[in-house]
Design a protein around this ligand. Structure first.
Ligand code: TRP
Length: 331
């Protein structure tokens, strides 16, 4: 295995990659690329737990992959690939299923939430989702997993499965730790600023994509929900304005205090306009690079193929070890 500690993370190709994902996750992934051996997957098998329209799903997965690259994830430094291109994920997840209890999976809060939301399609994949995620992580002997609060429980169960397996068969898996970035700003919905900005919010005005066109970005910020005051202050009882300030600060690198000092009495219209412009400016290189990449699918698919090749080579080492340990006959 590589000498640098391994970092693994992934995003499901559903909805859109929002500025919240960018600020909270992707911008950290970028920074980690030099100090760690990073493996970043498009979690397309996970996305199948909810019914997808095949042509749209395929297009979206490719688009997400292009967005990874456009943000600055670098295939020379990190492994970037589609989960479904590496069969070891499915294989290890079957084996790990046999070391995971149904009761543990039924207690997962995300399973309970998603079962309520998709009451007509509570399929086995939805229940098994955390085991596939454990396979993703454990295949690469991952030391650290950058995850948000919503995925913490899945990482806990990954650790439990790894420890359980290691106890029975001897050291097989590195037991991963969560990676909590030093300052991971949380971005809220532009329409309901006490709820997290979601990549699959049905209200298009609530979230902004990292590849959105400038007019649309400006329109959404102009419509952002604030409050009935006029002063620009960062306060708990002003979630809309505070969220705008957080975004502004993340996009410009300026401190919230200096922004408050400058904008305090300038009114919400001016604030919204300037936050919108800062987002447009910051994302301009991403948008341009994305358009270029989407015009060169041949290149994109080459990168994906090479990512899958490198991922497979690492994953198969772990998978073979596991197969041997549980007593499967060597091929
Ligand atoms: N379940 C994660 C999410 O929805 C995506 C994911 C899949 C993931 N496999 C992973 C995240 C492995 C971290 C590590 O956000």
């Amino acid at each position: 295995m590589e000498k640098k500690p391994v970092i693994y993370s992934g995003i499901q190709p559903t909805g859109i990659i929002t500025i919240g994902n960018y600020i909270g996750a992707l911008s950290n992934w970028l920074k980690l690329q030099d100090d760690y051996f990073c493996v970043y997957g498009i979690a397309d098998l996970h996305a199948l737990t909810v019914r997808q329209v095949p042509a749209e799903f395929r297009q979206r997965a490719i688009s997400f992959f292009a967005q990874y690259l456009a943000c600055g994830l670098d295939p020379q430094k990190s492994i970037l690939y589609f989960q479904s291109h590496v069969p070891a994920h499915s294989e290890l997840s079957w084996i790990l299923n046999c070391y995971t209890y149904v009761g543990e999976m039924q207690r997962m809060t995300q399973f309970k939430d998603k079962s309520e939301k998709n009451a007509d399609n509570v399929n086995m994949g939805l229940l098994d989702y955390p085991v596939l995620m454990a396979a993703d992580i454990l295949l690469y002997q991952t030391a650290l997993v950058p995850v948000g609060a919503d995925q913490k429980q899945h990482l806990e169960i990954t650790r439990d499965i790894a420890i359980r397996f290691n106890n029975v068969y001897g050291e097989t898996f590195v037991v991963p730790e969560p990676y909590i970035p030093k300052q991971g700003a949380k971005i809220f919905s532009l329409q309901n600023p006490t709820a997290k900005m979601s990549k699959s919010d049905p209200d298009p005005n609530a979230s902004v994509s990292i590849i959105e066109d400038p007019d649309s970005i400006m329109r959404k910020f102009k419509r952002a929900v604030t409050d009935s005051e006029t002063v620009v202050e960062y306060r708990e009882d002003k979630p809309g304005v505070s969220n705008l300030l957080t975004i502004f600060s993340e996009m410009t690198g300026r401190s919230i205090e200096s922004l408050v000092a400058e904008y305090h009495d300038l009114g919400y219209a001016k604030l919204k306009n300037d936050v919108g412009e800062s987002v447009v400016a910051k994302l301009e290189p991403v948008r341009k690079e994305y358009a270029r990449l989407m015009g060169d699918k041949g290149y994109l698919m080459e990168v994906a193929k090479e990512g899958a090749r490198r991922a497979s080579s690492l994953a198969s080492r772990t998978l073979n070890k596991v197969k041997r340990k549980v007593g499967l006959v060597e091929a």
